[in-house]
Design a protein. Structure first.
Length: 65
């Protein structure tokens, strides 16, 4: 599962960048901007939150149809 996520979202030092990249690929431009606004310059605690969110994230567009 993690390998699939890394293949889809890539891998960076900051899991918040990976999470927001996934949001930007799947959600509206506003959601993308909001994600980066919230997680830009994230500290260790927010990075942990992003890592958990990335593992749980499901793009609705990928599961439709």
């Amino acid at each position: 599962m993690i390998v699939l996520l890394l293949a889809c979202f890539g891998f960076s030092e900051d899991p918040c960048d990976d999470y927001c990249a996934g949001v930007c690929d799947c959600e509206s431009a506003d959601a993308c901007d909001d994600c980066y606004a919230v997680y830009e310059g994230a500290d260790a605690a927010l990075q942990d939150e992003c890592e958990a969110a990335l593992l749980d994230y499901v793009c609705e567009a990928d599961t439709a149809g």
